[in-house]
Design a protein around this ligand. Structure first.
Ligand code: ZN
Ligand code: ZN
Ligand code: FE
Length: 757
């Protein structure tokens, strides 16, 4: 007896080679019928003996291709139609279904072999790909994911590619990005007028890099600026051209072996680096590595990745073993994706352009991660991770969360799936704000999404909040640190109230001051502030964020009053030079003074007091360098927690302890270590206090300060030893890149609370 069954599979099932995978399985089990992409799902019609269908179902329930994510499998009995073969049929357009868009993947090992095997028809062809690999999100216009919906559409397959595309036993069977030197995109090495420089681009570009040239290279998510990483002169020249004084550059190694010569790599780090997403991983640089300090000045970590596109692999197969690979953009401008913009905006920074004629639809930076406590911590979530959704259980309302203004991402929630955008950046400038608006529109089209609620930060001046209000929808405002905590709760499926520890740079508080050292009792839809760091003025407002010496002045004044001038430390000389008494008077008059309880500003102040970093050339520099300098020690400083209705953590004793150690010539690395221990102890004690009053023993840690590995590595086990359950961000960053997901989660909680009334 022949039976027929319909099987619908939802999740991330398109652009990952799912249909060919199903086809091969169906043939193996002797079934007939078809498989198709239907909206965002894969739909199978299978006919055959009941036992065969069952075995087939068993198989596909337990295995799936790399990069796929199965959310649900549904089956239904069907009429037997009498198919004689099993085929992949053209996609069925249907916008009603949930949509799954695949993320970009690296070139797989088999395709890499094709690229490097002389005699292969893909020999040295950088666009070689198969069903398992290649770009997706950055080149797809809309679902279903088919060649005609991507920027591969203008390239007509040659006979040989067509043969592989239609052969079910070939690994390029239905590979939508299939192409070869005869029919696909082409690389050209050109000058800034677009004139071809050399016929053999690989030979010539390889030679240029070896000799110290800087190239603009069009990759998967946009242009990179590239030079030989061990050539200090080239690196310095790149810094000058990009007007980037000390922000670290990422590097790309030829392979894991060459990475190992320069960096310590743990097993978890190796897995992250060699996986198909190919993010930048922050690694500890070895003492004998000859990658110059100009690549990552003042830091102990090196951002490193492995080649993920054919162009990178080919370039690195030449003389140069490690390249600086940094985003191709002018400061304040988005990542460049088009040749015309590259010539105009990057023309003065580079010696030549390596371009190609496949269009990039969405700018997408490299993702940045690091391994802490043996698991991957996202720092910037972009290429390779976008647009894989985070599941937001129970959220049925279509929500657009507009994010934060710094490290912006936005988030769209549709049918319990939260699509967090790639890293957009600082949207204060007009150019990046324009990109923000364009990307929101693009996502709406791509996801066929119509929001019913707009969600934004409480900050009155945020561009993202203004955008939310323009949409003509009901607007929900979410406090910044509540969003940080609600995001972690959503990622971990926590629904009961938690103790939220949000240590952060800047976030607008309910009382109109700037928060950032916060202890909250938080549910998904609501929160109460139970404790915070002692408030301090921010001399000069925003200027105090760029210039940590200002916060040093405030913390020293607070701890010593006029006695600060008797301290024998370099920082007081600097304060004298900067005319601190005048600044201090203007603060005391209370005019235009911003008040903050920010943890980030405290780290800045300590960094400046120690003379490690007094002025930030990039966001977070002072605290990053403070962490990099810290050495392991058992010691810590005193502090005071004032037990009031809302407790206050007073660090004046800590500051006195630090300056006293400086007076005894204790080295700054040890002082930094003791300061870190102090903050960890504060977290433990404050959480214990919060537990006493609330009876809650689940702690959530979030906020940009938790990018600090020393804090996380010590606070998590410390809290667990005290009997707390501890949760952190898993898929989105703990910095403001994770705010949009948190806003969506908090808004969903609020909407649910309203419904219950
Ligand atoms: Zn492949
Ligand atoms: Zn071809
Ligand atoms: Fe924040």
């Amino acid at each position: 007896m022949i039976r027929a069954q319909r099987i619908n599979i939802s999740g991330i099932v398109q652009g990952v080679g799912y249909r060919p995978f199903i086809h091969i399985a169906a043939l193996r089990y002797g079934l007939s019928g078809y498989v198709a992409n239907k909206g965002g799902e894969v739909s199978i019609h299978a006919e055959g003996e009941p036992a065969s269908i069952e075995a087939f179902f068993d198989f596909i329930s337990n295995s799936y291709p790399n990069g796929a994510y199965v959310q649900s499998i549904q089956t239904q009995e069907q009429q037997v139609e009498g198919y004689s073969t099993f085929e992949i049929v053209k996609s069925i357009e249907d916008n009603q279904s949930v949509i799954g868009i695949p993320a970009d993947k690296d070139v797989c090992d088999e395709c890499k072999e094709d690229i490097f095997r002389p005699g292969s028809r893909y020999y040295q062809y950088p666009f070689t790909s198969c069903t398992k690999c290649g770009p997706r999100f950055t080149i797809v216009r809309k679902v279903p994911y088919d060649r005609c919906s991507t920027t591969m559409e203008p390239f007509n397959m040659c006979k040989e590619c067509e043969d592989e595309f239609t052969n079910p036993y070939d690994r390029r069977y239905h590979a939508q990005t299939i192409c070869c030197p005869d029919c696909g995109p082409q690389v050209r090495l050109v000058d800034k007028n677009g004139e071809k420089i050399a016929n053999d681009w690989l030979e010539y570009a390889g030679e240029m890099l070896e000799k110290g040239s800087i190239l603009a290279v069009k990759g998967i998510g946009g242009f990179h600026l590239v030079c030989n990483a061990v050539n200090n002169e080239a690196v310095e020249r790149l810094r000058e051209g990009k007007d980037r004084i000390s922000k670290p550059f990422a590097v790309m190694f030829r392979d894991i072996e060459s990475a190992r010569r320069h960096c310590e790599i743990s097993r978890a780090e190796e897995e992250l680096m060699t996986g198909f997403r190919k993010p930048i991983v922050l690694l500890e640089q070895k003492g004998d590595s000859d990658i110059p300090r100009s690549v990552n000045p003042g830091l102990d970590k090196l951002g490193a990745m492995l080649p993920y596109s054919g162009i990178h692999m080919l370039l690195l197969s030449r003389g140069t073993e490690v390249l600086v690979v940094t985003s191709g953009n002018r400061s304040g401008f988005p990542l460049v994706t088009r040749e015309e913009d590259a010539f105009e905006q990057l023309g003065n920074m580079v010696d030549a352009f390596l371009v190609h004629n496949r269009e990039i639809l969405s700018a997408c930076d490299d993702s940045v991660t690091k391994v802490v406590l043996n698991s991957a911590q996202p720092i910037r979530r972009s290429r390779g991770y976008i647009p894989v959704p985070v599941i937001l259980k129970g959220c049925r309302s279509p929500i657009l969360a507009c994010g934060s203004d710094l490290k912006n991402t936005f988030c769209m929630v549709k049918d319990e799936r939260a699509y967090v955008s790639q890293h957009i950046g600082d949207i204060h400038g007009p150019e990046i704000l324009k990109l923000y608006r364009e990307q929101i529109e693009r996502y709406m089209e791509m996801l066929d999404f119509q929001p019913e609620f707009a969600v934004c930060d409480m900050h009155p001046d945020f561009k993202s909040s203004q955008y939310a209000r323009e949409l003509g929808l009901p607007v929900l405002e979410i406090q910044h640190h509540h969003a940080h905590i609600a995001g972690v709760m959503a990622e971990n499926g926590l629904e009961d109230s938690v103790i939220g520890v949000a240590l952060d740079g800047t976030g607008y508080g309910n009382d109109g001051t700037i928060w950032g050292g916060e202890f909250l009792i938080s549910s998904p839809g609501d929160f109460k502030r139970v404790g915070h760091f002692r408030k301090a003025a921010m001399p000069g407002g925003e200027a105090a964020v760029r210039e940590p010496w200002r916060m040093a002045g405030i913390y020293l004044s607070d701890a010593f009053g006029e006695d600060l001038w008797n301290l024998n430390i370099g920082c007081t000389d600097m304060l004298r030079e900067k005319n601190w008494p005048v600044i201090a008077r203007s603060i005391n008059s209370g005019l235009n003074t911003v008040i903050t309880s920010s943890a980030g500003r405290l780290f800045d102040a300590v960094s400046a007091i120690l003379g490690i970093c007094c002025c930030n050339n990039y966001e977070g520099q002072a605290s990053a360098e403070l962490e990099a300098r810290a050495v392991h020690t058992e010691g810590m400083y005193s502090y005071e927690i004032k037990d009031r209705e809302v407790f206050e953590i007073d660090f004046r004793e800590t500051i006195r302890g630090i300056t006293s150690d400086m007076g005894r010539n204790i080295n700054p690395g040890e002082i930094s270590g003791k300061f870190h221990n102090t903050i960890v102890q504060v977290i433990l004690e404050a959480c214990s206090m919060a537990r006493r009053v609330s009876g809650i023993s689940t702690v959530v840690l979030s906020g940009g300060v938790f990018q600090n590995g020393i804090l996380l590595k010590n606070a998590v086990p410390g809290l667990k030893d005290l009997g707390f359950n501890v949760y952190t961000n898993l898929q989105v960053p703990c910095n403001d890149g994770g705010i949009s997901l948190g806003q969506a989660a908090a808004a969903s909680g609020k909407i649910k609370n309203l419904g219950a009334v």
